[in-house]
Design a protein around this ligand. Structure first.
Ligand code: GLY
Length: 583
């Protein structure tokens, strides 16, 4: 496996050392050992569901490229993980094209409908109307996913759409078996589906009981929509029968997305955010995502510290990570928004010089300034829900035999988006309007706050945290990675990259490791429950308001070992994804 100047000893030596240490010091690290990553000599995909990974794998094996495979996987995910993403959502692609060495991004983020207003989620007294930006037809932006996919297909695709979408259509038509965790997700959303007949018709098995574990979940309406898209592509979604039904249904249930909004939607090809970290080139998503800027900003802050001096499971290491994250998220809330509407100081935010200034403002190398009272909630099994909310989104990563790479993050925002299935189209409308700052200082579903830069305007794209990321070494493909999980997307992607580059972890270990998260507001250092109580206490002593809680982020990554040329891939053990290579 990839050997790095800072890499750990071989697995055998490591295990021997661990055994020796365990005998001498019985109280050791508490995290579980990760299994070996998937490997192949010819290409690799990692997605959030085994059927989507299999669809990508088959395309790669049939001679398709990374974009063909990503398309096959993403359309399959629309069917098998409709709570995370779907045709009614938005997404960001980062693509490395090996032939010319280029890296581009495709912005398929939802846009605010033309009739959207800055105060549309406020009552006449200026107070936020609870639930209006997260649930129901007004919560949805104009979907961009299909447009982004069409752009990717047009630029790079080598297979016909009908071939690429074959497995997705079959999964919708013939159904697939729900897993225990999917059954639980369906059940939790059950009460919301009651309000919209279209949602109930698809999601309920009988009366108000949702389909559940072991059931074969069939989606005939979605299969029909997918077949129409397979035939006529973006034209069908934005101007055809699907668009007509979309606009008709929005009128019926009081939504504001019109046929004109759909016809006007365009994906945008953007230059990636580029940073350098310890000799690696990092490419990620620019605004309207905050992901790329803050990934690079945090890496810049970390770069001057010799992270090797820390045990990577120690409070000292987490302290430094948390401080760097906090500095970046403070800037996110103030400066970031859709670049068509605000002047984002990208160059400054990603400069090494600015990182020097931020690092010097981190109080001291070892002790954090205590910013308020302590928090007894670190001693609670289940902290209040308002601290960290359920989320979703989906990330997939692919590298093909030619070295083309795709990192693709896609979302309907929170589970099942607005919870509204769009008429007879069979897909959920997103609730991504909630990613705008609906009122200055009012936290969104992820507790993030924002200001004017991310205020609602017609046709504006809401700020995102999605961080699809590619890493190149000496111009050659090295890694494709990214995550799901709201703002934890940025920090989970970051920690996985650092685990590989600084600590020489293999891709599975890098993704499986416990993680932390700080987003400046609220001022809590969230830590995975796998991190020991002793470590939590040490962080608390250093001045952090610590909350031990399942962070709910999910990473999918693939990479090429520069020494052997072998491909490795891993899916996050926190969710049901898989990685698989060309056989
Ligand atoms: N909807 C989550 C994000 O884009 O950050």
């Amino acid at each position: 496996m990839f050997s790095h100047p800072h890499s750990r000893p071989s697995r055998f030596i490591f295990l021997a050392l661990l055994l020796f240490t365990a005998i001498l010091f019985p109280v050791g690290q508490t995290h579980a050992a990760a299994p070996d990553p998937a490997w192949s000599s010819k290409g690799m995909a990692s997605t959030a569901h085994p059927l989507a990974t299999a669809a990508a794998q088959k395309v790669l094996e049939d001679g398709g490229n990374a974009v063909d495979a990503a398309l096959a996987a993403i359309y399959t995910l629309d069917v098998v993980t409709p709570y995370s993403e779907g045709l009614g959502g938005g997404e960001f692609w980062v693509v490395h094209w090996a032939k010319d060495g280029s890296v581009i991004t495709i912005d398929g983020r939802e846009s605010a409908p033309a009739a959207a207003k800055q105060n549309m989620y406020l009552d006449t007294a200026g107070a936020v109307i609870p639930g209006l930006s997260t649930y129901g037809p007004l919560a949805g932006g104009v979907p961009g996913s299909v447009a982004a996919r069409e752009e990717a297909l047009k630029r790079y695709g080598s297979m016909k759409r009908s071939r690429i979408m074959k497995d997705a259509i079959s999964a919708a038509d013939k159904g697939f078996i729900l897993t225990p965790s999917q059954g639980a997700i369906f059940e939790a959303a059950g009460p919301y589906f009651q309000q919209y007949e279209t949602s109930g018709a698809v999601m309920f098995k009988s009366d108000t009981t949702t389909w559940s574990v072991g059931d074969r979940f069939i989606q005939k309406d979605l299969a029909s929509t997918l077949k129409r898209i397979a035939k006529d592509g973006g034209d069908e979604f934005y101007r055809g029968e699907t668009a007509e039904e979309f606009a008709r249904y929005m009128q019926e249930v009081g939504g504001i997305i019109t046929a004109q909004d759909l016809a006007d939607y365009t994906p945008i090809v953007r230059e990636p955010i580029h940073g350098e970290y310890r000799g690696y080139d990092i490419y990620s998503m620019p605004p309207p995502s905050s992901g790329g800027i803050h990934l690079v900003q945090i890496l810049n802050i970390l770069e001057e510290w010799n992270l090797e001096q820390f045990d990577r499971y120690s409070a000292r290491y987490y302290h430094h990570l948390g401080e760097a994250m906090e500095a970046a998220f403070a800037d996110r809330s103030h400066f970031l928004g859709d670049p068509a509407f605000v002047n984002v100081p990208t160059e400054g935010l990603t400069s090494k010089e600015y990182a020097v200034e931020l690092r010097s403002s981190i109080n001291s190398l070892w002790e954090r300034k205590v910013r308020g009272p302590g928090d007894p909630r670190m001693y609670m099994e289940n902290p209040p829900d308002s601290l960290i909310k359920p989320s979703h989104t989906s990330h997939l990563s692919v590298i093909d035999q030619w070295g083309n790479m795709v990192a693709l993050t896609t979302s309907v925002n929170t589970h099942f988006g607005s919870k509204v299935i769009v008429g007879s189209n069979g897909f959920f409308l997103n609730n991504t309007m909630d990613d705008f700052s609906i009122q200055p200082g009012h936290p969104n579903a992820f507790g993030l706050i924002g200001e004017q830069a991310n205020a609602i305007r017609p046709e504006k794209r809401p700020l995102s945290s999605m961080t699809p990321t590619l890493v190149l070494k000496d111009g050659k493909p090295f890694m494709a990675i990214g995550a799901a999980g709201g703002p934890r997307i940025i920090t989970s992607t970051l920690q996985s990259v650092v685990n590989v580059i600084d600590f020489g972890a293999d891709i599975q270990e890098a993704i499986s490791d416990p993680r932390i998260h700080h987003q400046w507001s609220p001022d809590y250092l969230f830590i995975d429950p796998e991190i020991s109580p002793d470590c939590a206490k040490e962080l608390y002593r250093l001045g952090h308001r610590v909350v031990r809680y399942d962070l709910g982020s999910v990473v999918q990554g693939v990479m090429i070992d520069p020494e052997t040329g072998l491909y490795f891939g891993a899916a996050d053990p926190r969710a049901g994804g898989t990685a698989a290579g060309v056989r």
